[in-house]
Design a protein around this ligand. Sequence first.
Ligand SMILES: O=C(O)C(=O)C[C@H](O)C(=O)CO
Ligand code: ZN
Length: 278
Amino acid sequence: MEQRYATSPEQITGATTQELRDRFLVQDLFVPGEVNVTYTHHDRVVLGGAVPGDAPLALPTYDEIRSEYFLEHREVGIVNVGGAGTVTTDGEVHELPKGACLYVGRGVREVVFANAGSGDEGPAAFYLFSAPAHTAYPTVLTLPGQGTVRELGDQVTSNRRSLNQYIHENGVKSCQIVMGVTSLHPGSMWNTMPAHTHDRRTECYLYFDVPADARVVHLCGRPTETRHLVVADREAVISPSWSVHSGVGTAAYSFVWAMAGENQSFDDMDGFPVTTMR
Ligand SMILES: O=C(O)C(=O)C[C@H](O)C(=O)CO
Ligand SMILES: [Zn+2]
């Protein structure tokens, strides 16, 4: 398990591009036949990718979390960003088409990932976002589009997008995790504009469906002292509570956003009109 310690805003004032990428960008999560995870000490979130091959793939536990099994003290939200697959939790099989979200609560001992056929989308690719959990909520599957959908932005400002909330205060229950998927409409490139922070939660974005020859220029840092990361398909960005998280693509794309921290209030955010940003 890769470990990333927490970063304060003062530490990035003179950071090089590589230093910024080492702190905030998570690459190579999706390797065929493997489960790969990164532990950020920002709100103790674990990010992961699981890509089953011909054989099913089990979620292991790791020394760093000192748990007999991964979900002994944790919960996880799982979104499939690849072809159809299944996730089996303590023997119960859940079918996840692309874009579906499975919440798995504390206390589930076995989580097993598998492919379910060979469609155009290639093998299943499961993105995992896990946080410490104080109690056990039931495992719940949400199919694409079945969450709470918010239509945001406008084609005129190139930020028309559909935001699907899956795990949230008024949806699937969790201890900490708030999770969903946002998809840009064709011709729209900007996400999360106007940008915001939420000092009470860490947020991570996993960009997916970014064409191979395209990139997302992701804005991070304090709103009045921004930096950027150039992000490719299936790469994730860790956004500390003090950092904006917004981006513009060179083509349309989608992303999984997920948060954990002090509260689960999606609208508890401080917005920054672009005219106030630097
Ligand atoms: O497009 C957006 O706007 C988002 O998806 C915003 C994220 O959901 C977010 O940053 C929530 O805090
Ligand atoms: Zn946010």
